[in-house]
Design a protein around this ligand. Structure first.
Ligand code: ASP
Length: 310
């Protein structure tokens, strides 16, 4: 099996001055995750590595760099899923940890549950020895500026739907043909305290099944949940659609049925992949063979050597 890793750094509108930041981060995390696959590592290890790198990068709405809720606080959601066993782990509204994706993996590996939330997730993190970090270390000046701007009564409506995004996610197929996905987010800017988004919900914020493929989405979480976007894409693939056509069909359904915009990275069990979006932009990167593919605007598809450090 030809291993592959595809990641995104969120759908939405990326301001000009942040384009380079957003697109270099996904290229570097794709290289990091793909190195795990090249070393014979599992799809699960690869997606967790790529998403961890993106959580640690303040350019994205996940981990450090998360958007703030209406009270100016950080509450994060994350999910992982293993396509071999359909094992899944998630956390929602979790606070004061650097890498929610790793905690989601611990929920999968160490509990008999699928999702832990808020205080219970924090308690579990402490029991697992996950270090607590001060909330301040997760908040960037940019996130605080956007929070203040969005509290203003004249907040721009485009910023309101599309500017609030920036979730990160990854899908991968490893040499053994095992498939996995991971997604992590700070959620929607100025969300209510306690809001749980699509990212923590199986079938919505991700799905992986060795028999079909895997999806990690980004976009308006409430819309994603209404159409169970990730599972809907796998359904279309089960009906014979390609990863690309299935992704487009499901994104079109989300737009026409509930007016939601977003994007996805998708793989099938043969390692064929797609990065598709209905939002204005989505930073994405895919690593396969010796090649790194990437793009940001609709129709954009750049190709470079995986060893090219730029
Ligand atoms: N889907 C995420 C959420 O609603 C937001 C995003 O993708 O940026 O929490």
């Amino acid at each position: 099996m030809l291993p592959v890793l595809v990641i995104h750094g969120g759908a939405g509108h990326i301001p000009k001055e942040r384009v380079e930041l957003s697109s270099s981060g996904v290229r570097s995390a794709a290289r990091g995750g793909y190195a795990v696959l090249q070393g014979g590592g599992s799809a699960m290890d690869a997606v967790v590595e790529a998403v961890t790198q993106l959580e640690n990068n303040p350019a994205y709405n996940a981990g450090c760099g998360s958007v703030l809720n209406v009270k100016g606080e950080v509450e994060m959601d994350a999910i992982v899923m293993d396509g071999k066993t359909l094992a899944c782990g998630a956390v929602s509204a979790v606070r004061n940890i650097a890498n929610p994706v790793q905690l989601a993996r611990l929920v999968m590996d160490k509990t008999s549950h699928l999702c832990l939330t808020a205080g219970g997730a924090s308690q579990f993190a402490r029991a697992m020895g996950v270090p607590e970090v001060p909330e301040e270390s997760l908040i960037t000046d940019y996130a605080r500026m956007r929070w203040k701007k969005n509290l203003a009564p004249d907040a721009n409506p485009v910023e309101s739907q599309m500017g609030k995004m920036g979730t990160v996610g990854a899908v991968a197929v490893d040499v053994e043909g095992n498939i996995a996905c991971a997604t992590s987010t700070g959620g929607m800017l100025n969300k209510m305290e306690g809001r749980v988004g699509d990212t923590a919900c199986i079938g919505c914020g991700g799905y992986a099944d060795n028999m079909v493929g895997a999806v990690s989405p980004t976009g308006h979480g409430e819309a994603i949940m209404k159409v169970t976007l990730s599972r809907l894409i796998l359904f279309h693939m089960e009906q014979g659609q390609s990863a690309e056509a299935a992704s487009d069909l499901a994104l079109a359904t989300m737009k026409s049925r509930v007016g939601g915009l977003g994007g996805v990275v998708t793989v099938d069990r043969q390692g064929r992949w797609a990065a598709r979006f209905s939002s204005r932009q989505m930073s994405w990167a895919a690593a396969q063979k010796d090649t790194l593919h990437h793009g940001l605007n609709a129709g954009e598809h750049f190709i470079q050597s995986i060893d090219d450090p730029h």
